[in-house]
Design a binder for this molecule. Structure first.
Ligand SMILES: N[C@@H](CCC(=O)N[C@@H](CS)C(=O)NCC(=O)O)C(=O)O
Length: 242
């Protein structure tokens, strides 16, 4: 593992804004290290898993979304949608720095940069893109809404709970059917599997995986990968109460 957590974070919260600005290299302490702006959530885990899979040097900057740090002007320059994750790669195209927001775009960027987990063959790439976009537009947002209504909504909204939990169940069924035909979503292990893993884990809090044996087998198989285990642990300490 080539990760380092950089403290203090170069990001200041909305409520205590921002003399802080990001330097050209995003606050890198090691030359060339990818700067990961992150909180340990399912969307954050996609990128920590990918970086662990790639073995690239990276430095993690916590952006505490419980303290509104995602609204800090310095962070918005990297991630105008005020959401984690985002990365800054000091060695982007042409050897110049590049920042990327949106977890799907980050996975594709890192896949293209390294030639790993994102095949160049067009048919294989289309399959990866299909399941990646399926995760970005379906499994992620619907599981996020299910989490909201089941765990965090300030009032009990049975209709919201039912609507999103049932949609998550439907999506897990779609994945189960696919995984009855192929070992991984796009046949070979790819950024599509990386994108889905943390969201299936999250969804399994509301919808047990037992009725979906192909999905459960995939979840166990992917979860055994050492890089997935390391990626899921990145920043776990940040969640602990002070
Ligand atoms: N489509 C975005 C979604 C990112 C997202 O929703 N991130 C959450 C954490 S999982 C966040 O930053 N939430 C902060 C907020 O809601 O203000 C992506 O995939 O990068």
């Amino acid at each position: 593992m080539a990760r380092k957590t950089v403290k203090p974070a170069p990001i200041k919260a909305k409520k205590a804004p921002a003399k802080a600005s990001l330097s050209k290299n995003g606050g890198a302490t090691r030359p060339g290290a990818i700067q990961l702006y992150y909180w340990p959530t399912p969307n954050g885990h996609k990128i920590s898993i990918m970086l662990e899979e790639l073995g690239l040097p990276y430095e993690m900057h916590p952006v505490n979304i419980n303290k509104n740090e995602q609204f800090a002007p310095a962070f918005l320059k990297l991630s105008p949608n005020n959401r984690i994750p985002a990365i800054l790669d000091p060695n982007g195209p042409g050897g110049r720095p590049i920042s990327v927001f949106e977890s799907g775009a980050i996975l594709q960027y890192l896949g293209r940069k390294t030639g790993k987990f994102y095949p160049q063959d067009e048919r294989a790439r289309v399959a990866v893109d299909e399941w990646l976009i399926w995760q970005m537009g379906g499994l992620g947002p619907m599981s996020g809404q299910a989490n909201h209504f089941v765990l965090y909504a300030p009032e009990d909204v049975p209709y919201g709970k039912k609507r999103y939990v049932e949609e998550v169940r439907r999506l897990l069924g779609v994945m189960n059917t696919r995984l009855g035909k192929v070992k991984h979503l796009a046949s070979a292990y790819s950024i599509a599997d990386i994108a889905c893993y943390s969201w299936v884990k999250s969804a399994s809090r509301h919808v047990p995986l037992d009725p979906f044996p192909n999905l459960a087998a995939w979840f166990a198989r992917v979860g055994k990968r050492p890089a997935v285990q390391r990626g899921m642990k990145v920043g776990a300490e940040l969640r602990k109460p002070n």
